[in-house]
Design a protein around this ligand. Structure first.
Ligand SMILES: Cc1cc2nc3c(=O)[nH]c(=O)nc-3n(C[C@H](O)[C@H](O)[C@H](O)COP(=O)(O)OP(=O)(O)OC[C@H]3O[C@@H](n4cnc5c(N)ncnc54)[C@H](O)[C@@H]3O)c2cc1C
Ligand code: FES
Length: 281
């Protein structure tokens, strides 16, 4: 996918669009040229005359001629993306940033905590891990959603459960009459896991508030701050470490991230303010 001019989007066709929930859709994009990206990296997607926004591919980096992007309708550009019907052309630049250090996870137990549209980058990560499933002791996956209808990738869960190293747990804030699983915010699932938290590598992705409560709970359970990986989201522009739009107290999310360990981001104003709330409790 890389081209000489990193500022210039390359045109791709949207083959198909699948509605995941009332405000999240998956866009299937194909190309004769290979898409090259590492799990956790992001791309900038341009709609001509509308604007550009960053997304993390939700498909496997092992599949080179296709890419999937799962996008929540959050505002202007994403709203226009949601109006596409399929067959249109979009521009893509990238990939940018640093992804997950997969090789560091070899030989360890993994815990993945995700909520909402945060399951998009996590799907890419999980598909990558499953390519080398035998290299990991265990892959614990905790997914949360507001209601059962708000889960994306509903058809994928039964596939995941077939993998012998995978343990999948799901929770919802508000159940419907058919839900017989856990009820509560996604972090309640961590009490069910019974992992060796001192050695585990954990990956958290979801709405900012979920990531903070997720990190807090993992720290309380004894997970090393260098073993908690967070995928940070900020407003972006260039995606290249040039414009400063994504500055997070000295860290550029587009270039130094978007994947950071808790240890790397704990000094940021956002994290410090959140943890100050609990300091004396
Ligand atoms: C590295 C990275 C990967 C991402 N991957 C995905 C993905 O796979 N799927 C997905 O649905 N979304 C993803 N996002 C978030 C997505 O980029 C934003 O939702 C999008 O840029 C909003 O654009 P908009 O024009 O629709 O919203 P706007 O009209 O610009 O804004 C709507 C609201 O969203 C806020 N906002 C704008 N940009 C962001 C942002 N980047 N993060 C948080 N809040 C923002 C605004 O402040 C405003 O309150 C990712 C963001 C980053 C930085
Ligand atoms: S988006 Fe321009 S420096 Fe990060």
């Amino acid at each position: 996918m890389a081209e000489n001019n990193i500022y210039k989007p390359i045109k791709y066709k949207v083959d198909k669009i699948v509605e995941e929930t009332s405000n999240i859709k998956t866009f299937f994009i194909s190309s004769e040229k290979d898409f090259e990206f590492d799990t956790g990296q992001f791309v900038e997607v341009t709609l001509d005359g509308i604007g550009e926004a960053p997304y993390t591919p939700s498909s496997s980096p092992y599949i080179k001629n296709k890419m999937e992007l799962t996008i929540m309708n959050a505002g202007y550009v994403t709203g226009k993306m949601h109006q596409l019907k399929g067959g249109e052309t979009i521009g893509i630049r990238g990939p940018f940033g640093k992804g997950y250090p997969i090789k560091k996870f070899y030989g360890t137990e993994i815990l993945i905590l995700g909520g909402g549209v945060g399951l998009a980058p996590l799907r890419c990560l999980i598909l990558t891990l499953l390519e080398e499933e035998d290299k990991f002791k265990k892959i614990n996956i905790c997914f949360g959603a507001k209601t059962p209808a708000d889960f994306i990738y509903k058809d994928w869960f039964s596939e995941l459960e077939k993998h012998k190293k995978v343990r999948l747990l799901r929770s919802v804030d508000v159940p419907d009459k058919d839900w017989d699983g856990t009820v509560g915010v996604v972090t309640v699932l961590l009490d069910e896991i019974k992992a060796n938290y001192q050695e585990i590598n954990s990956i958290v992705c979801g709405p900012p508030i979920m990531m903070k409560f997720g990190a807090k709970k993992l720290l309380e359970l004894g997970v090393n701050e260098k073993n908690i990986y967070l995928s940070m989201e900020t407003n972006m522009s260039c995606g290249l470490g040039k414009c400063g739009h994504c500055d997070m107290d000295g860290l550029y999310v587009c270039k130094d991230g978007p994947v950071f360990t808790f240890d790397e981001v704990k000094h940021t104003t956002e994290m410090k303010e959140f943890f100050r709330l609990f300091k004396d409790k």
